[in-house]
Design a binder for this molecule. Structure first.
Ligand SMILES: *[C@@H]1O[C@H](CO)[C@@H](O)[C@H](O)[C@H]1NC(C)=O
Length: 551
């Protein structure tokens, strides 16, 4: 024994140094700040709107009155639209279906103008898109998740014109469509005999800035009590849409600067946790935007620096107040994406000016990660930059595999490829956060059960089985569900993330295989019936997601 001791000491010393090395190495890897991948040199259109469906396709569209795009419709197909302001006979596409798994795309045919519209995936997985401009302003358009499916259009599907509106999927399976230019009201889809009309929302006229709006594409989040949190300009209400009643008025965001279009910050509902508690807390985070009057200044060629602040508020508190934080980079037109591990990625946008034709300057190429559970002061992490500017009319969404799909950017009235500050961007890229790094693959779970496309009910025990090559840390495992959202104009409609409660222990179930039980969300207020991406997250590293249909 005694004689072995020096050897053990030396061994210990070596192991210690090795650990330091590994630690140092992994710290370097972890601090690398993500990576970028060019997926497509051109999808032929600009990704102004994006929605992922549960067949891993992404429905993308811009506007029909951009003139000819760089993608032809299938042979023989052309759109004859006497109302089109750019091209009445157009044989090019303005919508594509991108297949994430095969990294291929095909042209879709949209017949009327979808410019600056809104939408949501319904409980059965269809995308229902609403409104747009000109002949498209009262249209409802539907696309099903199937390889050969194309858009179907329903004229006068809406009761009012909806241009720059925000939609949200509701607990009863309908979607609500809120606001839009000069529409200080809301409506539902599908219609029922008692809710077929338009309902007033005075909050939208109260938050409308003369000559520069600042309340379009309001930030709408479904609160855990079933009411809607609606933020427009610089303040918010909690709204009972059934009664048409304001339930709560939130204080103005400190500083008072506007956060909605054209100032265009962004917002997320932070991950919902402790779903079993009966007292779930909900927090909203709003980041970026532009100082008041930035729009009027930008029209005169004065591009003010964007806001570098975020406001965070517990919307379920009896007397809520904002907590302000400072981002490392000022940003307008940034998208905010809930990552599978509950962190928030702030991506895209510019540092000066506002949304609108030719009104933005200085692309912010670096995304920033926000870690909501870290202490104030250590929540932001600057990520590696893209080489592609993503200004006005760009978008970003989370993919099932944990990457973030990034596309679009076209602050011009037509497609403009030369002699402009931000040429029309037809390229698609993906941002891979650190957690996709190969160096951490032995810590990455892989879900074995349930199988993808499984149906799950409310408030039920669900058996989850996963494999993990490396050592498991049972205290650092969670199961998260993310709703695929409708992304446009820097805001992801219906975006939410649910942290499921694990019950009992995480137990071995074979070599490198573990299982546990979780409880599915208890109500549609927490999670409207829909398809969700489900992840097992281990030490902040998510598994590849699976699709589950909550019903
Ligand atoms: C799109 O088409 C225009 C006009 O034909 C051309 O100038 C431009 O280079 C094309 N852009 C891309 C990215 O394919």
């Amino acid at each position: 024994m005694n004689r072995e001791r020096p050897t053990s000491l030396i061994l210990c010393f070596l192991v210690w140094h090795l650990l330091l090395l590994i630690h140092h190495h992994s710290a370097v890897v972890n601090a690398a700040g993500g990576s970028w991948q060019l997926l497509q040199k051109s999808i032929g259109i600009t990704a102004m709107h994006m929605q992922q469906l549960h067949d891993d396709s992404v429905i993308i569209f811009d506007r029909t009155d951009f003139g000819p795009s760089n993608l032809s419709l299938p042979a023989g197909k052309c759109r004859n639209d006497p109302n089109d302001q750019a091209l009445t006979h157009d044989c090019t596409a303005h919508s594509v279906k991108y297949n994430v798994v095969s990294n291929t795309f095909l042209a879709l045919e949209v017949l009327t103008d979808v410019w600056c519209s809104s939408g949501a995936a319904m409980p059965d997985g269809r995308l229902v898109q609403t409104g747009g401009f000109n002949d498209g302003e009262r249209r409802v358009r539907v696309i099903l998740p199937c390889p050969t499916c194309d858009w179907q259009e329903f004229p006068n599907g809406l009761a009012a014109r909806r241009w720059y509106a925000t939609n949200h999927l509701l607990p009863d399976g309908r979607q609500i469509i809120i606001g839009g230019r000069t529409e200080f009201n809301y409506e539902f889809y599908p219609k029922t005999p008692t809710t077929s009309g338009v309902f007033n929302l005075p909050f939208l006229s109260q938050t409308d800035d003369p000559s520069q709006e600042n309340n379009l594409y309001p930030f709408v989040h479904l609160n855990v009590d079933g009411n809607l949190f609606i933020f427009a300009n610089n303040r918010a209400i909690l709204f009972d849409y059934n009664k048409g009643a304001v339930v709560k008025t939130y204080p103005q965001i400190p500083g008072g600067d506007p956060r909605n279009y054209p100032s265009t910050g962004s917002s997320v509902l932070l991950p919902l946790k402790n779903l079993q508690s009966g007292n779930v807390e909900a927090e909203v985070l709003i980041c970026g935007g532009a100082p008041r009057n930035s729009f009027l200044q930008a029209l005169r060629g004065n591009f003010l620096t964007a806001l570098n602040t975020c406001g965070r508020i517990k919307i379920t508190d009896a007397s809520p107040s904002w907590v302000m934080e400072t981002m490392p980079l000022a940003r307008t037109m940034g998208d905010m994406i809930l990552l599978p591990n509950g962190n928030v990625l702030i991506i895209n946008g510019v540092q000066n000016g506002v949304a609108g034709w030719e009104l933005g300057r200085n692309a912010v190429l670096r995304p920033v990660l926000y870690k909501p559970d870290n202490p104030v002061g250590s929540r932001f992490e600057v990520q590696n930059p893209s080489t592609i500017a993503r200004a006005y009319h760009s978008s970003a969404i989370l993919l099932r595999d944990g990457r973030v799909l990034v596309g679009g950017s076209n602050p011009h009235e037509k497609y403009e490829f030369t002699n402009v500050i931000f040429p029309t961007e037809l390229r698609l890229e993906a941002f891979s956060p650190d957690y996709l790094n190969a160096a951490v693959s032995n810590l990455r779970p892989l879900i074995l059960l349930p199988r993808t496309q499984s149906q799950i009910g409310y408030g039920q025990k669900l058996l989850l089985r996963f494999s993990l090559a490396g050592p498991v840390n049972v205290n650092a495992i969670s199961v998260n569900m993310v709703a695929p959202s409708f992304a446009t104009h820097s805001f992801s409609q219906s975006q939410r993330l649910l942290v499921l409660s694990v019950i009992g222990k995480i137990l071995p179930a074979g070599k490198n295989i573990y299982q546990m039980q979780v409880i599915t969300p208890g109500s549609g207020n927490l999670a409207p019936a829909a398809f969700y991406m489900m992840y097992v997250v281990h030490q902040a590293i998510p598994s590849p997601g699976i699709w589950v249909q909550l019903q």
